[in-house]
Write a protein that binds this ligand. Structure first.
Ligand code: HEM
Length: 485
């Protein structure tokens, strides 16, 4: 009997607590859908029935007169911004109120993720951003494009061989697989100074470890949602995103490469070199140009925070965390962008032919020399990429955490639309130049040599896979490749 009474009291306390949590938006007069107990408004994601971007879209269309809308991510109230002016205020003008991202993990449980640029907070984030941003300027990208071209040549060579030895002179490929391998090999080369060929050596350790690090499947979604709603409990249970084995792999890789370079006085203009320079405090922002769109329309500009010089000494763990972040940040996003671009080119052959014509014109004008300058000059290539990023943004949402009291103004007013695939404000994507170069290198050489068409397995119209937070076509990104005559 006593146990039953205690149980009843516990249930009542939980109900009362949930009532309090779930009354936040009602109390503040913010429009929202009715939440379900515990899962809040994230029920469709927890059960894998709807992609999170579809949820955002439904909110956006339903509350069309609101500047911002409420959404309970399980037990955490989240405000979704609809109004572009408000987005700019939050991300740029009033940035100091919204300097941090939500905590994804605890940095003592998961230093590899918790100490990276994406997770760092406040002053530490500012100092790390200033430390790293010199590594992403156009002059540094100019030095890295040749590595990307080499990796891409390797990939196209393998694809051509497969086509030429096939029965029908074509191959049907799942783009996600091919582009993930390309993204992997580019990061291996540009960030870690390691040469791998994941198209031939399919199960190399770098690829298998990278894939498991970058893949945000169902378990990781639960870990994220868990930290969002019950951070203390998750920390107590010592639940981490990465396994010990993965953490150790990246630690050994980065530290041993750095040591070898020091010992043997090796110079290679890649991220490892730039991190070593940063560690010695030798890396400063060298950008002369104010032209933000140097690698394309979508390029984002570095703010004054990133351009500051700092003299902070970082620990080895901090450096390893940044190198690993470049992996996580550049693996899924790039392969997602490329897979959607190839899908769109297959279903829009007229656009592909126009792109091919521009590429061939560049070949004629430059005597077949493709480099960083070509990347800056090809306007139609840039349009194709921008449009694909608008239609299928690899990063589904941007988030900011409000760290000081802030008046959002009235909820109901008209809203505008804009294009922010690489985010906005001082906390935008540090790798937008790197990303655009990487995508352009692959697309240029691929369309120049291969024709992309639909195959029997191409999904038309494309629908998003609801079993993952990542942007992925349900049924795969299938296209057919033929060698151009
Ligand atoms: C098509 C490819 C990519 C897309 C669409 C993309 C998009 C984004 C977006 C939307 C954000 C959040 C920005 C915000 O909240 O305002 C972000 C952050 C970030 N991205 Fe990217 N990204 C891409 C590729 C890359 C690459 C290749 C790297 C590194 C090599 C990278 C490194 C980062 C980092 C470090 C952050 C966190 C920045 C900070 O908190 O200061 N990204 N990215």
């Amino acid at each position: 009997m006593i146990t039953l009474i205690w149980l009843a009291i516990l249930v009542l306390v939980i109900i009362q607590y949930m009532r309090k949590v779930y009354s936040r938006f009602d109390d503040a007069g913010v429009s929202h859908f009715k939440p379900a107990p515990v899962v809040g408004n994230a029920g469709m994601q927890v059960t894998g029935k709807r992609h999170v971007s579809q949820d955002f879209d439904i909110l956006y269309q339903t509350f069309s007169n609101d500047r911002f809308i409420g959404r309970y991510e399980m037990m955490r109230p989240t405000v979704i911004l609809r109004d572009l002016e408000l987005i700019k205020k939050v991300a740029i003008k009033d940035f100091e109120y919204f300097i941090d991202h939500r905590a994804v993990v605890d940095d003592t449980v998961d230093p590899l993720f918790g100490r990276n640029l994406f997770s760092l907070k406040g002053q530490e984030w500012k100092e790390m951003r200033s430390t790293l941003s010199p590594a992403f300027t156009s002059s540094k990208m100019r030095g890295m494009v040749p590595f990307m071209i080499d990796v891409n040549k390797q990939m196209i060579g393998v694809l051509k061989k497969k086509i030429q030895t096939s029965e029908n002179n074509y191959v049907d490929i799942e783009c996600k697989d091919v582009t993930t391998r390309y993204a992997n090999d580019v990061i291996a080369s540009c960030a870690f100074g390691v040469k791998v060929d994941s198209h031939t050596d399919e199960d190399n350790e770098f690829y298998t470890k990278g894939r498991s690090t970058a893949n945000f499947g169902f378990r990781r979604i639960l870990v994220f949602l868990g930290y969002a709603s019950f951070p203390k409990l998750m920390k107590k249970l010592n639940i981490s995103l990465f396994s010990n084995e993965t953490t150790q792999f990246f630690k050994n890789l980065v530290l041993s490469t750095m040591k070898e370079r020091e010992d043997r006085n090796i110079f290679r203009p890649d991220m490892i070199h730039l991190l070593m320079e940063a560690k010695k405090g030798k890396l400063t922002y060298d950008e002369k140009t104010t032209d933000k769109a140097d690698t394309g329309f979508a390029t984002v500009e570095e703010s004054d925070i990133g351009k500051k010089t700092v003299n902070r000494v970082w620990s080895d763990t901090d450096l390893v965390a940044q190198a690993t972040l470049f992996f996580v940040a550049g693996f899924e996003t790039i392969s997602s962008a490329m897979s959607f671009i190839l899908h769109e080119l297959a279903v829009n052959p007229d656009i592909q032919e126009k792109l091919y014509a521009e590429i061939m014109e560049n070949e004629a004008n430059t005597n077949g020399k493709f480099d960083y300058n070509s990347i800056q000059n090809l306007t139609y290539l840039d349009c194709v990429i921008s449009e694909a990023l608008r239609l299928w943004p690899p990063a589904v949402g941007l988030d900011r955490m409000c760290v000081r009291d802030y008046n959002m103004g009235r909820a109901n007013e008209k809203s505008k639309k804009d294009f922010i695939p690489f985010g906005v404000g001082p906390r935008n994507c540090i790798g937008s130049r790197f990303a655009l170069c990487e995508v352009k290198v692959m697309l240029y050489q691929l369309v120049q040599q291969l024709e992309v068409t639909v195959s029997d397995k191409t999904v038309i119209p494309a629908k998003l896979d609801t079993k993952t937070f990542n942007m992925r076509i349900d049924g795969g990104h299938w296209v057919r490749l033929k060698v151009r005559q």
